[in-house]
Design a protein around this ligand. Structure first.
Ligand code: F6R
Length: 616
């Protein structure tokens, strides 16, 4: 996934495609490519690494065509390489694609049996084969694309060209963004507005299920059944900087709002509800190995460490594996014990964090099998680990980690379910139920995002505080730590997170009218897994109130008790205990964001922090 551009018109479009891709460079990518359709047919040029590599190739080969598509890739399936770079082509059809195809292995197998051979490791290449088959069967490009899409499950922003139709660009959207630009005697396509801004400000954002056919003088929009849709273009006055952020004020805000999509991409292709089975591509742990495991050691830093703390609950509860977790910088220097049968899980968004890499290597040197939970394909930690479970959050640009965290939680839950099933500690019914809950999480996330105004109001009320405490229990204790980390790193308000039971052992001394306390007091409607700590957290709220402290509480919809006790209630839809951390972190991310924004800090690049900490 990453950047898409497309052009259909009268000019030789290679320079437009390259310029458009350059405007999407800020999103990060590992390879790039273009496909042009001209008099001599389809020409595809691709190159690993910087866009300048592709640019030199384009200058050298000078491809010609008034129809074209371009892509910057951020690897999801298959390592960064020339072969895996988009566009992918087959028999005169070329495609670029953002998103993830869930049933690509199944389709690949089917096509292979029918005699197809594949040139890449990507899920995207499937599209080129499926669409080319339909084109060869006599369908026009629009019909061919629609028919191919019927066979595919997953998320996509897709753009297609074919040398059989040198004046038509077809595109389709499901979950990943795509926008059409309207020109004079030419039309454009892009995944993001910045690619279009110097040509047009008349745009149309595609909606779920839309298919669009672009020609030099027309843009036609269709639904999945082929019915025409009438929708007016809109004028946008975004500056280039606003456009990069998709109209959001900051990347962090945009990324918070991308979490439902990111979760769908991380979860969907890996789960089978009926059987309770989890398929983890890249993880080669079989039943015998799972049963031989005696212990798990998790190493990570910062936000990823907090995801590890939640992961410990998941693994202990579902796979009945003892888990120790360490901040990576501590693990590597304490001569840790790594008994036989150890699995070391390194969690890292960037996959480049020096301490996490060193800790994982230390565990490996002492005999542990290593597994990376990572967001960047081909990163150092992913390369070094024996097994890799990729989160599919997509590029995270804001320094503060948001969508990486929620996808890490989902990945850890999937892993715990997988190990639980393999080890025989989890029956299919319970696994199926948990998978169902997990698959319901993206819709609940959308509900929370729709309540942003009330979170903003709370943030404004408390934005002048000097110190804040965040409290939670059980699975919500790590979320409290994460809420405090988010607040301190971007707003510079001093914040501490604690398991609420620790209050009496020290932090309670800090409570007075000046110290707002954020309490995660949500309730599992099914009373969780026998560890319901709801009454205890209500007790903690009372303790704070008795000392004059102000309470901002995360409250489950319909819970009058906690909402009455709180000065500010942030409502969250009901969810089971295992899913609640994925939801509860959202109001805390938004709270931190709005406090910081109100205080006028540099939200995306807070002082003294770097996105990827490659030194100790
Ligand atoms: C917090 C944050 C950092 C990172 C930490 C680990 O918002 O971004 O705490 O979580 O530096 O980074 P990764 O996950 O890339 O190893």
């Amino acid at each position: 996934m990453c950047g898409i551009v497309g052009y259909v018109g009268a000019e030789d479009c290679a320079p437009f495609l390259i310029a458009g891709l350059k405007r999407l460079e800020y999103r990060g990518y590992d390879s790039a490519g273009v496909a042009l359709v001209g008099e001599s047919g389809l020409e595809v040029l691709r190159s690993r690494g910087k866009l300048s590599n592709l640019e030199s190739l384009v200058l050298r080969k000078a491809p010609k065509g008034t129809l074209g598509i371009g892509h910057t890739r951020w690897a999801t399936h298959g390592r960064p390489s020339d072969e895996n770079a988009h566009p992918h082509s087959f028999r005169g059809v070329a495609v670029v694609h953002n998103g993830i195809i869930e049933n690509h292995l199944e389709l690949r197998e089917e096509l292979r049996r029918a005699g197809h051979t594949f040139a890449s490791e990507t899920d995207t290449e499937i599209f080129a084969h499926l669409i080319a088959e339909e084109v060869e069967g006599g369908h026009d490009l629009l019909q061919a694309t629609r028919r191919a899409l019927r066979r595919v499950r997953g998320t996509y922003a897709l753009a297609v060209v074919s040398e059989t139709d040198p004046h038509t660009l077809v595109a389709a959207k499901n979950a990943s963004p795509l926008v059409v630009g309207f020109g004079q005697g030419e039309n454009y396509l892009a995944s993001d507005v910045p690619a279009l801004l110097d040509r047009t400000r008349e745009v149309m954002f595609l909606e779920e299920g839309d298919l669009v056919r672009l020609r030099q003088d027309s843009v036609e929009l269709f639904d999945g059944d082929g019915q025409t849709i009438a929708r007016q273009p809109r004028h946008i006055d975004w500056t280039p900087v606003m456009a990069e952020k998709g109209g959001h004020k900051h990347f962090m805000h945009k990324e918070i709002h991308e979490q439902a999509r990111a979760l769908v991409d991380t979860i969907r292709s890996r789960t089978a509800l009926e059987t309770g089975d989890v398929v983890l591509d890249g993880v080669g742990i079989d039943e015998a190995l799972a049963k031989s495991l005696a212990r798990v050691t998790i190493v990570a830093c910062g936000t990823s460490y907090h995801a590890g703390l939640v992961g410990k609950h998941y693994l202990e509860s579902l796979a009945k594996l003892p888990v120790e977790i360490d901040v990576a910088s501590e693990f590597r220097y304490r001569d840790p014990l790594v008994p036989p049968g150890s699995l070391c899980i390194a969690i890292s968004q960037s996959g480049e964090t020096a301490d996490t890499l060193a800790a994982m290597r230390e565990a490996k040197a002492k005999g542990a099998r290593t597994l990376a939970v990572c967001n960047v394909v081909g990163s150092a930690i992913a390369r070094d680990a024996e097994d890799v479970l990729y989160t599919h959050a997509g590029p995270e640009i804001g320094v503060a980690s948001t969508k990486a965290f929620t996808t890490q939680l989902a990945a850890m839950l999937l892993l715990a379910l997988k190990l639980g099933r393999l080890r025989g500690t989890l029956d299919a019914d319970r696994a199926g139920k948990l998978l169902q809950d997990l698959r319901g999480a993206p819709a609940l996330i959308e509900k929370i995002l729709a309540r942003e105004d009330s979170i903003l109001a709370a943030a404004r009320t408390y934005s002048s505080a000097r110190d804040m405490l965040f409290l939670g229990r059980g699975l919500q204790a790590p979320v409290a730590l994460e809420g405090a980390l988010k607040l301190k790193e971007i707003s510079y308000v001093h914040a501490e997170g604690y398991p609420a039971g620790e209050m009496k052992h020290g932090p309670i001394a800090l409570i007075d009218e000046q110290v707002p306390v954020v309490v995660i007091a949500t309730r599992d409607p099914g009373r969780g897994h026998g560890q319901d700590t709801y009454e205890k957290i209500v007790g903690n709220i009372e303790e704070v109130r008795a000392r004059g402290g102000k309470i901002i509480a995360l409250v489950t919809d319909g819970d009058d008790l906690v909402s009455r006790l709180a000065d500010h209630a942030l409502w969250v839809p009901p969810a089971s205990a295992f899913i609640a951390p994925l939801l509860n972190v959202l109001p805390l991310q938004l709270f931190a964001y709005h406090v910081a924004d109100h205080r006028g800090t540099d939200v995306d690049q807070p002082r003294n922090l770097a996105k990827s900490v490659t030194v100790e």
